[in-house]
Design a binder for this molecule. Structure first.
Ligand SMILES: [Zn+2]
Length: 452
């Protein structure tokens, strides 16, 4: 019985793979074709998860749902949202498809600077496909496969099954040869490595590239001939974008990726929106469990269309994003978001009972104060908020007074607010520099025992 089920599931997966390869790589891409493909994948994935993954089987039966109730993307809302915390609490055997040995899969830890991490597991073929889709986005952005890239990141430790990882074959052929540079190193060392590698494309977190850019100064790295810089994983202020672009004399492309879904969205080549990777995942932006209107901020919930070993169906990744147009104004046949705004973990619970996201506080600040290059907003106590600013130069007294007024109005009279002008902000151990954080527990926090 188990064997028969395993074999049926394998046939299913093979069929899904063929459908994916022909639709995504062989046929011309049209909105209609991608929409039909997404519906097929959602039906297939839901049926597979419900039958073969113990967690989803239980979830569906607990809600009286049958796989045939989900007939495509339009019915996905019927499936309850799954949080990272829920999956963290389960054993691998409960979230990985039956007949698959969790230990034989390629494992990666989902990021998260606090709390326990979630291990995401994929087969070799799944990993290969997601990376191929990521490379395709790179090509659309203008990356030539034979050009060398540099990634400013935490150097990857050797992972189990690393030898089978897809990423190691192409560089041997001189394709997508991305070299890793330790992003926690001093800017001078990073610049030395960049000069030795001479990459055409550089990727990294905004605060890391910002430090490097400030160290080098405007035009200081223009001789490297970098064609494009891809940034993501943290908030990029307009001033940081200007500085980085000026130092390298290269355009900046914002990118939205994750361990769970690999490539999620990328900046439209001609507009302000971000193109969603519609053929890789279904992304929803929700407020109170409903899709939010265009221009509104909500919680990101996504479904991975190509993950069968460890399905992620309506998985709440913990990010906040601004909803974009259902079709990009540039004419590309994709839905959009306007950008990623931060993490749900960062909500500030205030003494008056309100829970505000710091984005609501920093957005008006950035609109009014162009002299702020980089900032970090910390709620140290429920009634004490500290703002650290890296200014482009000494700000006028009236600008500081205006800033204090803005925060006093938003935070309320019970909260003491301090501003410190600093020369630099420290990077976190993961190479990021969280623009906002609360040291006070909020409803979105992980359980207390898991906070280091
Ligand atoms: Zn576009």
């Amino acid at each position: 019985m188990a064997l028969a089920r395993g074999r049926a599931s394998l046939t299913n997966v093979t069929r899904a793979g063929l459908d994916t390869l022909t639709t995504l790589f062989l046929c011309p891409r049209t909105h209609k074709r991608v929409a039909a493909f997404r519906d097929r994948r959602v039906r297939d994935l839901v049926t597979h998860a419900c039958r073969n993954v113990p967690y989803y089987g239980r979830l569906f039966s607990a809600h009286g749902l049958r796989p045939e109730d989900v007939n495509g993307v339009r019915d996905l809302w019927k499936v309850p949202v799954t949080t990272r915390r829920t999956l963290q609490g389960l054993r691998p055997e409960e979230i990985v498809a039956r007949g698959t040995d969790p230990g034989a899969l390629i494992a990666a830890q989902s990021s998260g600077s606090t709390g326990r991490r979630l291990t995401i597991r994929r087969t070799w073929a799944e990993e290969r496909l997601l990376r191929a889709l990521r490379n395709r986005v790179g090509r659309r952005r203008g990356r030539r496969p034979w050009e060398r890239g540099a990634r400013l990141e935490i150097p990857e430790r050797l992972r189990p099954h690393d030898a089978r990882r897809p990423g190691i074959f192409l560089p041997k052929l001189g394709l997508y040869d991305d070299r890793s540079i330790d992003c926690l190193a001093e800017p001078a060392y990073i610049i030395e490595r960049l000069r030795a590698l001479r990459p055409s494309v550089i990727g990294g977190f905004p605060p890391v590239l910002f430090r490097v850019a400030r160290h080098a100064g405007d035009g200081g790295l223009a001789d490297l001939g970098v064609r494009a810089i891809v940034v993501g994983g943290e908030v990029l202020t307009p001033a940081m974008r200007r500085r980085i672009s000026a130092a390298f004399n290269a355009p900046i492309h914002e990118n939205y990726g994750s361990i769970e879904f690999v490539q999620m969205a990328w900046q439209c080549p001609v507009g302000e929106q971000m193109h969603l990777c519609d053929d890789t995942m279904v992304l929803e932006v929700l407020g109170n469990s409903q899709p939010v209107a265009e221009g509104e901020v909500g919680e990101v919930v996504a479904t991975a269309l190509h993950s069968y070993a460890m399905p992620l169906i309506r998985y709440q990744i913990g990010d906040l994003a601004t909803q974009g147009a259902p079709r990009c104004p540039c004419g590309a046949p994709v839905a959009t978001i306007r950008g990623v705004r931060g993490r749900m973990l960062d909500y500030f619970p205030l003494p008056d009972g309100r829970v505000v996201h710091p984005y609501e506080l920093t957005m008006p600040m950035m609109a009014a104060h162009a002299w702020i290059e980089q900032y970090q907003l910390t709620q140290e106590l429920v009634d004490r908020v500290v703002l650290r600013i890296v200014p482009s130069g000494p700000p006028p007294a009236e600008a500081m007074a205006h800033l204090r007024r803005q925060y006093a109005e938003s935070l309320g009279a019970e909260v003491a607010f301090e501003v410190h002008l600093v020369e630099d902000l420290n990077l976190d151990a993961n190479g990021k520099c969280r623009v906002s954080r609360s040291l006070v527990r909020s409803p979105y926090d992980e359980p207390a025992a898991e906070i280091p």
